[in-house]
Structure formats: C-alpha cells, structure tokens
Design a protein around this ligand. Structure first.
Ligand code: OAD
Length: 257
C-alpha cells in the first residue's frame, strides 16, 4: 500500500526530523493494530469498543467485582479476535528498527509476533496473553491460550479469582515499566506517536514529557486529536501505509549506547 501522494511533503519533513534525531522511540495505541482487524476504543470512523460497550462494567475493578464472569467472557471474546489476526505492515516496519524501543498502550501481542524482542516493548497497559491473580498480595501469573481462553476460575495459589493481566481504569500502570518509559522519554530527541487518541493518562503524558524538553513529535493517525495538536508533523493517514514509507532506510535507536 502506498501513502497518499498529498502526504509527500509531510513525509519529507518527518524524515528530516528522524535524520536529525539520534534517539527516537515509538509510542503506539490501538490504531497500530486497526489494520490487522482489531477494533480501536474511540474512533470517529469505526465501530470502536467504547461506543459499543461500557468501560465501567468491563474495564474497572468495580465492574469485575460486580460481575466477574461477564468481564472474563468479554475479555475471552476479545482474545478470540486476537487469536485470528496477524501483524500488519506497520508492526513489521517498527520491528525492522531493531534498536528502537516500543512503548505501547496495546495489550495485544502483534509487535512481538512481528519480531520485536520482548525486552524492547514496554506494555504500559499490560498484556492480554496473561492472566494474573486479582489478589494484590499474590503474584501468580499464567500464560493464556488465545484460542482456548478459560472461563472464570480461581487462582491455584490463593483461591481468589484470576483476571486478565491488563490495566483497568483507576488502576496504576506497572510501576517498573512506567518508570522506564518516562525516563526514556526524558532523553529522546523524537517520539513517533502512532494510532492513539492520547486521551488516557498517565500514558498520554509521555507526549508532554517529550514536548517539555523541546524534542520533536511526529504523529501518524488518520484523525486529528490531542497528539496531532502538539505535533511537529501530523501524517494524517493509516499506519500500515505510512510507517513503512517513513522508516525506510533508517536504523533508528532509542538510546545513545
Ligand atoms: P483509541 O481507540 O483511543 O485511539 C485510537 C486512535 O487510532 C484514534 O486516534 C484513531 O484515529 C487512530 N487510528 C484508527 N485507525 C488507524 C490506522 N489505521 N492507523 C493509525 N491510526 C489509526 O486507542 P488508544 O489511544 O490506544 O486502555 O486508547 C488508550 C487506552 O484506552 C487503551 O490502551 C485502552 C483504552 O481504554 C486500557 O485497556 C487500559
């Protein structure tokens, strides 16, 4: 897929920025996986998840405690979608940048599947490939088979419920991952923001961290939003066409080492 020719000037400006940026990282959201067939959460153009489902019922501690079976069934429905999809050209273009860190809000496994090493992916909102114990004092985690996710069940260690290892509204981000992401953003020359509405904090605050040190922000998103409002360049189109064109020929790194 070729990018819209009307975007050539913006692409050239973005490539100039990358050429002048020794330290670049990617910060992605649900739009990165949209062209693989996974629904976004808020999107004016599609049947986004939060326009069809209530996040307080399905993505909060209160929702889980009120009806754990409903929450697990919903996540298992999403897991069945995850099992059926593959990385798209945007994931592959990011994976080809073997020295670049991927900060992502996505709970899917498509960056890993595209070949990004696990230690170079900071999953700010957790990972649907795992369940964890609902009891904060129990650190039991289990890998989940996306094809055959199991129904509501109890932790083999402490007997509380198991739940997806994702971050729900009102919960803290995984501490070490967040500290690493924030520290990295304080040292970047450019943040490449892909397919996020940049409305969910603290994750979206990483864009502010980068802006505060006068570093550059390039946004890839078909729609305008909070990130494009502060971007140096907004590439207003789909990631699977634009990222390969933007990154071709670069070997970007996120740290000076
Ligand atoms: P959103 O659904 O809020 O935003 C998706 C963005 O992707 C929108 O700005 C779309 O315009 C854009 N988009 C759609 N198709 C695209 C494409 N082909 N290429 C590039 N961009 C495209 O998703 P997030 O910002 O990731 O939280 O949402 C943040 C968090 O809110 C999620 O991590 C999730 C949700 O509640 C948790 O699960 C904790």
């Amino acid at each position: 897929m070729n990018p819209d020719p009307a975007l050539e000037p913006a692409l050239a400006r973005a490539r100039d920025i990358l050429a002048q940026s020794p330290r670049v990282a990617a910060f992605s959201g649900a739009g990165l996986s949209a062209e693989s067939g996974l629904a976004t959460f808020r999107d004016p153009d599609t049947d986004a998840l939060w326009s069809r489902f209530d996040p307080t019922e399905l993505a909060s501690l209160e929702g889980f405690e009120a009806n754990p079976g409903r929450v697990i069934d919903w996540y298992n429905w999403r897991r069945s979608k995850y099992a059926a999809v593959a990385p798209n050209a945007a994931h592959r273009a990011l994976a080809a940048q073997t020295r670049m860190i991927q900060i992502t809000q996505n709970v899917d496994h498509l960056l890993e599947q595209a070949g990004v090493a696990a230690e170079r992916i900071y999953h700010l909102h957790g990972n649907m490939l795992y369940d964890r114990c609902h009891n904060r004092n129990c650190d039991h985690h289990e890998r989940v088979d996306l094809d055959k996710p199991r129904q509501l069940r109890n932790c083999p260690r402490c007997g509380d419920y198991l739940r997806p290892a994702v971050v729900w509204f009102g919960e803290s981000l995984p501490r070490e991952t967040w500290v690493q992401a924030e520290r990295l953003c304080r040292e970047l020359d450019c943040l490449l923001v892909i397919g996020t509405s940049a409305t969910v904090y603290p994750a979206a605050g990483l864009i502010d961290v980068v802006r505060q040190r006068q570093s550059r922000v390039i946004v890839i998103d078909p729609n305008p939003g909070a990130a494009s409002d502060v971007a140096d360049v907004h590439l207003a189109g789909p990631a699977a066409a634009l990222l390969p064109a933007l990154l071709e020929g670069f070997d970007l790194a996120s740290t000076a080492r």
